[in-house]
Design a protein around this ligand. Structure first.
Ligand code: SF4
Ligand code: SF4
Length: 427
């Protein structure tokens, strides 16, 4: 309980340097609260709020301490009104009322179409005008990516047929934030799957998986979102798997059996079934294997100067492990294995592999100062690898990395595979 092996892996400890903001300190505080020696007031709650829920401490702990279960059980208590200021409560209500609902998010973003990704945005940022919005809104503005037409409507069909002989029939989760802020990832994922003989079914009424609210202890809303998603995938007919290309969502889906265990028996059974079939898309592809035809069709990707990568001059990639992929699902080899299938690619590993980038669901919107420190630290680490492209398989991390890695592209492994196959934009 006291060894402290978890401390070097703990992002909040690295950012704040205080024992109270480490797993060991929080476990100590929990024991004191339990023993009646410490009152859970706003100050104590702030030390739990500083936790990113990245689960790195769980991977690091040699004694098998399940900090993840401790913090998950604690989060709902942190939402007591007396523990947050009215402004914090309002901000959270806004985030939970918009982010998990693509229609609402799209409506809110409509007026920003003429701003996001334009020279006006660059100008406003460069003169620091966003800071007048306050730290939270400024953080949101900093994460705002360019918005394409695809951001405002789900352009994928209900079924993307397999190319050639069908090997599997899978469902695809679009993700509430990913479909709006990075729709190209879902398009690339469907293209790669179809090219590998996998039929992709996309339930049109699918909503949010509940990852964002689950992470923040909003239990009732999470269960409602999960139940709706289970129903929409149950209506899709028989599926060999349900695939996810955002690791935060994948981690959430895999917990549905436990989350909805005490729901009505039919719903609980369907939730357990969905959880058992949930895979990260890379985990699934690495397990079932790329087809020989797909692998044979992969071509070298271009360098930033447009020249193709070659054996003498490979393209250098740095893969960023999303916490909910690495620590939450234990997946690290599969994405690297798939990336190595692309000809003339060289993978470099950052030094602080496994340390959170500061995104962590809505962490960078509710704890912007700490997230800023962690984002800068992660960007420096990725840059120091000499990578020409940073690779991220989680939408939250991708937005956070793009915000801090100006000039260095951030791509999803599925986008790189699709481009190498010739199913994506050339550069
Ligand atoms: S949580 Fe695990 S690694 Fe951290 S101090 Fe306790 S025993 Fe050590
Ligand atoms: S979940 Fe992450 S931020 Fe929270 S205590 Fe563990 S390592 Fe630290």
């Amino acid at each position: 309980m006291h060894c402290g092996f978890c401390l070097p892996s703990c992002a909040s400890y690295l950012a704040l340097g205080s024992e109270m903001d480490s797993p060991r300190g929080r476990i100590h505080a929990l024991k004191a609260i339990e023993a009646g020696e410490l009152r859970l007031d706003a100050t104590v709650a702030s030390h739990f709020d500083s936790c990113l829920g990245c689960l790195a401490c769980v991977s690091a702990c040699p004694s098998g301490v399940r900090y993840d279960q401790l913090i998950e059980a604690t989060r709902p208590r942190l939402n007591a009104p007396e523990l947050r200021s009215p402004a914090q409560q309002l901000w959270r209500r806004l985030l939970f009322g918009v982010l998990p609902y693509p229609k609402r998010l799209r409506a809110l973003l409509q007026p920003l179409r003429a701003y996001a990704g334009t020279p006006l945005q660059t100008l406003i940022r460069s003169i620091g005008l966003t800071q007048v919005l306050g730290p939270q809104l400024a953080a949101m503005e900093q994460l705002l990516p360019p918005l394409s037409a695809e951001s405002f409507s789900d352009s994928l069909p209900r079924v993307v047929p397999a190319a050639g002989e069908r090997r599997y029939r899978v469902g695809l989760l679009l993700g509430c934030v990913q479909r709006v802020f990075d729709p190209a990832v879902n398009q690339a994922t469907a293209a790669v799957l179809a090219a590998n003989g996998i039929e992709v079914v996309i339930p049109p009424d699918q909503g949010c998986c509940g990852a964002v609210t689950h992470h923040q202890g909003e239990e009732a809303q999470t269960r409602a979102l999960a139940a709706a998603l289970v129903r929409s995938f149950a209506a899709a007919g028989p599926l060999d798997a349900v695939l996810v290309s955002a690791s935060g969502c994948g981690h959430s889906l895999k917990a549905y059996g436990r989350l909805l265990a005490d729901a009505a028996p039919e719903l609980a059974a369907a939730a357990g079934e969905l959880a058992a079939k949930a895979f990260d898309v890379q985990e699934f592809l690495a397990q079932v294997g790329l087809t020989a035809a797909f692998e044979a069709a992969l071509r070298p990707l271009p360098h930033p100067d447009g020249s193709p990568a070659s054996a003498e001059r490979p393209l250098t990639l740095a893969y960023h492990d999303a916490c909910h992929m690495l620590h939450g699902q234990g997946i690290s080899a599969a994405p690297r294995q798939l990336l190595r299938a692309i000809p003339h690619v060289r993978l470099r590993e950052p030094l602080e592999q496994g340390v959170c980038c500061g995104s962590a669901g809505i962490y960078n919107l509710v704890q912007p100062a700490e997230a800023e420190l962690l984002g800068t630290r992660k960007a420096d680490d990725l840059r120091s690898t000499g990578a020409q492209i940073a690779v991220s398989a989680n939408i939250g991390c991708s937005l956070q990395l793009r915000r801090h890695l100006e000039g260095l592209p951030v791509q999803h492994p599925m986008q790189l595979l699709a481009r190498s196959y010739g199913a994506g934009p050339a550069s």
